[in-house]
Design a protein around this ligand. Structure first.
Ligand code: UD1
Length: 418
């Protein structure tokens, strides 16, 4: 399998456009099922997770085809309402199709998404939300059988502001009679983006971006064209890369407000930042300082997805920084690989303390998950020698062309075959 080779020690300079957000595109593709019509997802990132979502749509009897950089999805015809286990296993977030299929077909059958790279990923909140709308759900031998002759609008209270559960609740509520109010909803920008898409389809929905979302179900819907928001985690990746390697980088197509906690941390670490409506410029000497403890939490808190990225940026900082991972149990799988490159990190349960070292050295390392893999790339950019990063299929789940983007900024990056 191919791997990445990164020659460290070069500062990054230049300007790149940030891809559209993976975490917007995936729920939007599920939501396209509700249109029963053609939707054009403009500048859709070509990611393996997007291919999996397209495969799910095709399996359901819809069409999904590329037209240049746009993905055209026609959901006029749908011939089945199940998702096979192999597609569920390829991408845990296939579970966001559940609400959409139920909404469109009144029934859905899919295998249970098991644990994954980040540790157990329960879906109890998703199921409770759907049951509140009147769905009958049976879990039989690892399969979920969901049926709802009539979904009815209801008050859904999420005990945690889960992103996926909020999306599933919204999508199912679109097919329910009457009004649904989701309390303690996730406030991520990608949920507001899903709302924008649904409004274009004709859904009466408001409140996304706040913790109370109201959906009026059973509207008459139609297709639309939608371009998703810029990817705040991809943007955070390139900012952390430039912060660590030094240089000056401008990112376009990204709303700086969506990554304010990340830019604030990088500013504390000694970077200079300039933000306009849809561009961010970062300038760094490459020598950072330690920052106040970083605690991951739901939006607008510090994103768990950016924790490995910021940790990698601070590996050579002056002083020690504490990270507290509050969202997922196994989100430090990049740490043993970073240690192989000479990093000094102490790990105890949910807490990791990074003590800056003077130099990192290259090694052959393995990604264990998407953002952990990106963290290894950031480490490679500041290490002496050529770092090999294996298992890049994890990275390809979320980055359209990380090697191309970094090469455009002057990094020495290439993809090699064994
Ligand atoms: C989404 C993002 C992922 C990000 C995560 C947290 C997508 C496709 N993925 O994942 O990149 O890391 O948000 O910001 O948008 N939980 C339960 N029961 C449930 C659902 C969740 O206990 O039914 C817990 C999870 O174990 C986790 C927390 O809630 O501890 C947050 O998870 P959630 O917001 O649901 O994350 P995802 O939607 O899976």
């Amino acid at each position: 399998m191919s791997y990445l080779m990164i020659g460290g020690g070069r500062p990054l300079h230049g300007r790149i456009a940030v891809q559209c957000a993976k975490n917007s595109v995936l729920p939007v593709l599920a939501a396209a099922l509700l249109a029963g019509d053609t939707c054009r997802i403009a500048e859709c990132p070509r990611l393996s997770d997007v291919e999996t979502a397209a495969e799910i749509l095709r399996h359901l009897g819809c069409t999904a085809q590329w037209d240049g950089n746009d993905l055209l999805v026609d959901t006029t015809h749908i011939s089945r309402c199940d998702i096979p286990e192999e597609l569920m296993r390829k991408m845990r977030s296939s579970v966001i199709f559940l609400g959409a299929i139920l909404s469109r077909c009144g029934q859905a059958e899919l295998s249970y998404p098991g644990g994954c790279e980040l540790g157990p990923r329960p879906i109890d909140l998703h199921l409770t939300a759907l049951r509140t709308l009147g769905a009958e759900i049976n879990e039989i031998g690892g399969s979920l059988l969901c049926r709802a002759n009539r979904l009815r609008g209801a008050d859904i209270v999420l005990t945690l502001p889960s992103v996926g559960a909020t999306e599933n609740a919204i999508l199912a509520a679109c097919g329910a009679e009457g009004t649904t109010v989701i309390a303690n909803a996730a406030r991520e920008p990608e949920i507001a983006d899903l709302q924008d898409f649904l409004q274009k389809l004709g859904v009466e929905i408001h409140g996304a971006g706040t913790s109370s979302i109201t959906v009026q179900g059973k509207g008459t819907l139609h297709g639309c064209t939608h371009r998703c928001i810029g990817d705040r985690i991809a943007a955070s990746t390139y900012l952390c890369a430039a912060a660590a390697a030094g240089g000056q980088v401008t990112l376009t197509g990204i709303n700086y407000r969506h990554l304010a906690t990340v830019t604030t941390a990088l500013h504390q670490a000694g970077c200079r930042l300039q933000c306009d409506d849809d561009t961010i410029t970062l300038e760094s000497s490459g020598r950072l300082r330690a920052i106040a403890p970083v605690r991951t939490s739901p939006y607008p808190g510090f994103p768990t997805d950016a924790q490995p990225l910021l940790m990698a940026a601070l590996l050579r900082s002056e002083g020690a920084t504490m990270f507290v991972e509050n969202m997922f149990e196994s989100r430090y799988r990049h740490v043993p690989e970073l240690l192989r490159m000479g990093a000094e990190i102490r790990l105890e349960g949910r807490v990791a303390v990074v003590c800056g070292v003077t130099d990192l050295h290259s090694a052959a390392v393995r990604s264990a998950d998407l953002r952990g893999g990106a963290a290894l790339v950031i480490a490679g950019l500041q290490a002496q020698g050529v770092t090999q990063i294996h298992n890049i299929h994890y990275i390809q789940r979320g980055y359209q062309d990380i090697a191309g983007d970094l090469a455009a900024l002057g990094a020495e990056v290439s993809t090699a075959e064994p």
